[in-house]
Design a protein. Structure first.
Length: 87
């Protein structure tokens, strides 16, 4: 069992991006981690990539959406849109 998949995947399929935790707050937190890693001379390519994806979500106008709105950046990158499932 996976809480994230069980809880957020249905919301993604319903195009429900209401927040539990705002994208813009997540971007801020990742930015702080990246600043600290730079100060410590650590390279965190995974965090850098995820930060860029969430920046895309914000650019798409979803900074106040939940972090599961990451799907929107992935759709934008792949030029594919997940269809809304019937309610």
């Amino acid at each position: 069992a996976c809480w994230t998949l069980d809880s957020l995947a249905p919301r993604i399929l319903q195009r429900n991006f209401e927040p539990g935790f705002f994208v813009e707050h997540f971007i801020k937190d990742m930015g702080l981690a990246l600043e600290e890693s730079k100060r410590m001379e650590l390279v965190l390519p995974g965090l850098t990539l995820v930060h860029q994806f969430y920046q895309t979500v914000h650019t798409l106008g979803h900074g106040r959406s939940g972090t599961h709105a990451l799907m929107l950046a992935l759709e934008d990158l792949s030029k594919v849109r997940v269809s809304r499932t019937p309610t």
